[in-house]
Design a binder for this molecule. Structure first.
Ligand SMILES: Nc1ncnc2c1ncn2[C@@H]1O[C@H](COP(=O)(O)OP(=O)(O)OP(=O)(O)O)[C@@H](O)[C@H]1O
Ligand SMILES: [Mg+2]
Length: 368
């Protein structure tokens, strides 16, 4: 599966642009602020229905314009499929596959999978558990639809229960009969969700360790551990026992919405003790493991988007990446760099088809 071409209208700093891609390596080069990351984000929109960086769709419409339109043509199993993602300011986003409207994001997510390696990946280490849960949830949801549905139902029940807690706390009266159905749903779904997360983590940890060992030549040992209150044998009684605290804080304090994934290196917390280079390697290994999981599940390679990749890698790791590309570990790759000469130097050593696309203030020109 790969993206053959892309058309953009009024998308961020692109007023109108059209470009044909290589099915192998596409290197986007241009000055800071020229639109390289925006182009990767447009591909993210086609695959995931939304931006990788900006939570509000309206902000992706070019300033002072009424709409944006992103149209991409994918080649998948020898068929071309056109995906259209467009938005009229203030209206609902429209997504079409071959001109047929898609109602739910879940109907397209996973069809044209991508893996994005970007500078803001560092949030996965530095931010709280919610960032890590979202990352793993997004992978698991693409592979396991019933997990996604359980998660949506869980979050819905959690919202309802929290609303009741607020009501009870304000009125000073608790109606246990109203809480009971939500408690039951949350307890059951928490067990289901936690089971999937735990077994997913078991598979994931092996892959990330392999990639990390490859990138770092086995210098340190890293680990990824699923940490959940649900795995505790007293989970149900802890859940019920937390009611007084829940009422005071007006929210539910026990459940899978409190899960976390621990990143460690040689037994110590990566966030506190890992060097910058070790943290970067960990994040790349994390994303390459995601790549492997998707490839195994789908039976084809996801598109790999690497934003500012050279800024993240030292010469040794660039060499490792070169070897992976040469061994055809990846399919279609998009990479960005603000320094064209560095990219050209890297590509000229590669024994695989590549293309340089220069980006200049929202215009695209293919150089080779
Ligand atoms: N809604 C919008 N309308 C118009 N321009 C926008 C909009 N959103 C972002 N931009 C512009 O897009 C540009 C940033 O583009 P992008 O992040 O793709 O740059 P880049 O080429 O990746 O740069 P860098 O090398 O610094 O990473 C900025 O000039 C910004 O003002
Ligand atoms: Mg950028």
């Amino acid at each position: 599966m790969y993206l053959e071409n892309l058309y953009l209208a009024n998308f961020k700093n692109y007023s109108e642009a059209k470009i044909v891609f290589s099915k192998y390596i596409n290197a986007l080069v241009g000055d800071n602020g020229s639109g390289k990351t925006n182009l990767l984000d447009a591909i993210h929109f086609l695959s995931m229905t939304k931006s990788a960086f900006i939570p509000i769709d309206n902000l992706c419409i070019s300033h002072d314009q009424p709409f944006y339109s992103i149209i991409g043509r994918f080649l998948q199993k020898e068929k071309t499929i056109e995906v259209n993602n467009s938005l009229l300011r203030g209206k609902r986003k429209k997504i079409q596959i071959d001109k047929n409207p898609i109602d739910k994001a879940a109907d397209i997510i996973g069809e044209f999978p991508i893996v994005l390696i970007a500078p803001n990946d560092h949030d996965l280490i530095s931010e709280g558990g919610e960032t890590r849960r979202k990352f793993f949830d997004s992978i698991i949801s693409q592979l396991n639809r019933s997990y996604l549905i359980n998660l949506i139902d869980y979050n819905h029940a959690l919202k309802q229960r929290n609303r009741l807690l607020k009501q009870f706390s304000e009125s000073g009266k608790i109606d246990h009969d109203l809480l009971e159905p939500y408690d039951r749903i949350l307890l059951n779904l928490a067990k289901e969700i936690s089971k999937v997360r735990a077994s997913f983590c078991d598979i994931y940890v092996k892959k990330i360790m392999t990639h990390y060992a490859y990138l770092s030549d086995g210098k340190e040992l890293i680990s990824l551990t699923y940490d959940s209150q649900v795995q505790h044998k007293n989970f149900a009684s802890n859940f019920h026992g937390s009611l007084q605290k829940d009422l005071i804080l007006q929210r539910t304090n026990v459940g899978v919405h409190k899960d976390d994934y621990l990143f460690e290196m040689d037994g110590y917390q990566l966030k506190k003790f890992g060097s910058q280079g070790q943290q970067k390697s960990f994040l790349i290994a994390l994303k390459l493991a995601q790549f492997d999981i998707i490839r195994e599940e789908k039976g084809f390679k996801p598109i790999l988007l690497m934003d500012d990749i050279f800024d993240k890698l030292d010469d040794h790791r660039i060499q490792k990446l070169t070897e992976m590309i040469e061994h055809h570990e990846f399919g279609q790759v998009f990479m960005t760099d603000a320094r064209p000469e560095r990219t050209r130097h890297f590509l000229e050593k590669l024994n695989i088809e590549w293309r340089i696309i220069s980006v200049d203030n929202g215009t695209l020109v293919t150089e080779k």
